[in-house]
Design a protein around this ligand. Structure first.
Ligand code: PLP
Length: 254
């Protein structure tokens, strides 16, 4: 049987992030990728220049037509951009009883461009987190979702507990942006630390690549903790195989 996973994410012409990158990651795990576009961007390796939303009704329509026919074994959400899209995705997860849901709560690009409207984090907390198997914020996203400032690994644990209270079964806070270390926290009622070191340089699509690898492993039947270990190892290889093509950040050739 072909293993399928669905990404609901933004379109990135550079191919380094968003649904293009998700599809490549799925492929490298031997998982067939389905994709629903939730936002359009104009960007290159130097950053996001512009964003055009996709209407909530059309996100819902893409999902309905696809899911009436196919059933993905995991679902990854990325850049949803608007509250109506968050709500359309949440309704769809409930309607089709979708399992293995990974939410990457995309808020800001690494070059500082806002990738969501301002009330999206609140909608994610209220409507999407209760349906998630795992949510994968970076430090900044974890601060926004939890309302807790993060300076230390203890702060990461406090934020993870707070985010889990919104209903996600597990929370993975990626620590790559914490000064001094790049350990990731997997919180599933207990805190597990995955040790890592920050790769030198600037990279595009780190969060997308990690959460897509996680979704691919969940589709293949792994549990969250094992999937996180696999995704972290996948990232180490991705950093090693990264390349420069434009004037800006390095891209992952997965
Ligand atoms: N574009 C899209 C469609 C994304 O989903 C993301 C991040 O999730 C980005 C751009 C930003 O990527 P980065 O911050 O890694 O450059």
């Amino acid at each position: 049987m072909m293993i399928t996973a669905l990404t609901i994410a933004g379109f990135d012409p550079s191919g380094g992030a968003g649904l293009q990158q998700d599809l490549k990651v799925f492929r490298s795990f031997g998982v067939y990728g389905l994709s629903v576009v939730a936002a359009l961007t104009a960007q290159n390796s130097a950053g996001v220049a512009d964003v055009a939303p996709v209407a909530g009704k059309f996100v819902a329509r893409q999902l309905d037509v696809l899911l009436a026919d196919m059933r993905p074994l995991s679902v990854k959400t990325g850049m949803l951009y608007s509250v109506e899209n968050v709500n359309a995705v949440a309704r769809t997860i409930r309607r089709y009883s979708l399992a293995n849901v990974v939410a990457d709560p995309v808020i800001l690009s690494s070059t500082g461009r806002s990738l969501c409207m301002k009330n999206v984090p609140a909608a994610v907390r209220k409507n999407l987190l209760p349906l998630c198997t795992v949510v994968t914020p970076n430090i900044h996203e974890a601060e926004v979702l939890s309302g807790i400032g993060i300076r230390t690994e203890e702060d990461m644990e406090k934020a993870a507990v707070r985010i889990s209270e919104f209903g996600a079964e597990a929370v993975i806070i990626t620590g790559g942006h914490l000064a001094g270390s790049a350990n990731d926290l997997v919180y599933d009622g207990h805190a597990h630390w995955l040790e890592g070191r920050r790769a030198a340089g600037e990279y595009h699509g780190t969060g997308c690549t990690f959460s897509a690898a996680l979704a691919a492993s969940l589709a293949r039947g792994k549990g969250v903790h094992e999937a996180a270990v696999i995704a972290k190892a996948f990232m180490r290889r991705a950093f090693r195989k990264s390349f420069e093509t434009g004037k800006g950040m390095r891209l992952f050739n997965v």
